[in-house]
Design a protein around this ligand. Structure first.
Ligand SMILES: Nc1ncnc2c1ncn2[C@@H]1O[C@H](COP(=O)(O)OP(=O)(O)O)[C@@H](O)[C@H]1O
Ligand SMILES: [Mg+2]
Length: 465
């Protein structure tokens, strides 16, 4: 316990969390003491030695970055919060610097992993690794290389992850339980503590499965071969192992840095994003449609020379079954037709039956002005509201919901309010509607609902007065 106090003095919460966010201080303070007191002895010893070796005047920020070194769970916590749109942009920027400050490994360590994993294959392929780490996140580090056939990158699982992963997941779970039990006392709105922790665990669990990401990439290649102006990196199969993935190096500007481009180009990029990440999975011809579940701007590049959008990082994906897409399409159409009964019936097929589905749907629809046609974001918001009320939906659908929200945020950052998801979705309908996974009985339901649309609209209008 003495040690906990010592670390708390060295890394003072009041200095770390600025005055404007003072309501966060109790949470941060409790979380820190909890984690420190529950850490394994070996890890705690290493932390103390590190802190003791830092020069006396070291700033609290640097001390914090050092405190969470080699702790993927806590690093990810910062990252997930940094992407939470309910939080203040200034706070999100602070958290992002934490993410960009991750320095757990040296280039030599990563090179050593690549050499021991690939051995003679490196010479066989004429691989020359470029010195320096290109990018580092909580679980993996990326370095660039040249080889016989061009330029590539190695995404490498950081060597300490194997040893600390289980301990970090345990700590996260305990921290989540501890904080949720006290959640009302922290008075934070907009952050659902147990959901945030579930997100973190899911991200980490997927990120360590390198072979899974490669399977996803191969599948995504097949999908985007059909879509003009979109591509994904190609796996270099001869240079991959369980902890090393080799793929083609893709050139481009990060979607976070597109502000220099002319507005027209940004609108095109935004439309393509919606096409690739929402429309393509919804209208997919396959039984299980793959979707990217983490489409934040850092995972998206725009290759200006080839006028192509590049989608990176396929560690976290989900799949929507044909029946889920069918019910989701029905929900969308029924919302457009303002048919409460029809929408509620689609929702019941997507999740579970629940008394308030109809009532919630009806209130939800009546809050949308009559001049505005409800769209996919509304459908997702309605599912969100029901999930919040406790209606149970399959995990994949919840992931899809999150992915659509993220995508909506990215579109907004790229093209302002000029390109919306629903505008793109509606624009692609005329070409695509035959591939909607709807059957004859669905069309019959739609036609019968549509024939009553005028009457319903009048009744709903009248009920407002
Ligand atoms: N094929 C690639 N070509 C160019 N840059 C890449 C490639 N793969 C990854 N990167 C760079 O490395 C970063 C991290 O890779 P990513 O796959 O997103 O993993 P993670 O976010 O889990 O660390 C990317 O944001 C990008 O800057
Ligand atoms: Mg990434």
């Amino acid at each position: 316990m003495q040690l906990v106090h010592w670390i708390e003095r060295l890394v003072p919460v009041d200095a770390l969390v600025p005055e404007v966010y003072r309501e966060w201080r109790p949470l941060v303070r409790d979380a820190m003491s909890f984690v420190i007191s529950r850490m394994s002895t070996e890890r705690l010893e290493a932390k103390i030695t590190e802190q003791a070796q830092l020069p006396v005047g070291t700033s609290p920020e640097v001390r914090l970055t050092s405190l969470i070194r080699k702790m993927p769970g806590l690093q990810k916590l910062g990252q997930v919060l940094a992407r939470n749109r309910h939080l203040d942009p200034a706070l999100r920027r602070e958290l992002l610097t934490l993410e960009n400050g991750i320095r757990d490994v040296s280039f030599d360590e990563i090179r050593a992993v690549i050499e021991s994993e690939l051995g003679p294959l490196l010479a066989d392929h004429g691989v020359q690794i470029e010195p320096g780490i290109f990018s580092e996140a909580s679980v993996s580090a990326v370095v660039r290389f040249r080889y016989r056939d061009g330029n590539g990158v190695f995404k490498v699982l950081k060597p300490h992850i194997a040893g600390c992963f289980a301990d970090d997941m345990r700590l996260l779970q305990e921290l989540a339980d501890y904080l949720s039990s006290d959640a009302p006392n922290y008075g934070l709105s907009g952050v659902n503590i147990s959901e945030t922790f579930a997100d973190i665990r899911q991200l980490l669990e997927h990120e360590v499965k390198f072979d899974y990401e490669r399977t996803n990439l191969a599948e995504a290649t097949g999908i985007f071969n059909e879509v003009r102006g979109v591509r994904v990196p190609q796996i270099i199969p001869g240079l991959c192992t369980r902890t090393v993935t080799a793929m083609t190096e893709e050139a481009g500007i990060k979607a976070t840095d597109l502000s220099e481009l002319p507005p027209g180009t940004r609108r095109t990029i935004a439309r393509r994003l919606a096409e690739a990440l929402l429309v393509a999975p919804l209208f997919s011809p396959s039984e299980e449609a793959l979707f990217h579940a983490d489409p934040h701007a850092g995972n998206l590049l725009y290759d200006e020379a080839r006028d192509t959008l590049v989608i990176l990082d396929w560690a976290l994906t989900g799949r929507l079954s044909r029946s889920q897409r069918r019910q989701f399409s029905m929900l969308l159409v029924m919302l457009m037709l303002r048919d409460v009964e029809g929408a509620a019936s689609a929702i019941r097929s997507l999740g579970e039956d629940y008394g308030r589905v109809r009532e919630t749907t009806s209130i939800f629809l009546s809050d949308i002005p009559m001049y505005r046609i409800p769209g996919s974001l509304d459908a997702i918001r309605l599912l969100d509201r029901l999930a919040f009320q406790g209606v149970h939906f399959p995990a994949e659908l919840l992931m899809f919901r999150k992915s659509v929200f993220t995508l909506d945020g990215v579109l907004h950052d790229v093209a302002g309010s000029e390109v919306g998801l629903d505008e793109v979705l509606a624009g692609s309908m005329p070409d695509r509607w035959p591939s909607l996974p709807l059957g004859p009985s669905d069309w019959a339901a739609i036609l019968s609902s549509a024939s009553l649309y005028g009457t319903r609209l009048w009744l709903q209008l009248l009920s407002r007065y």
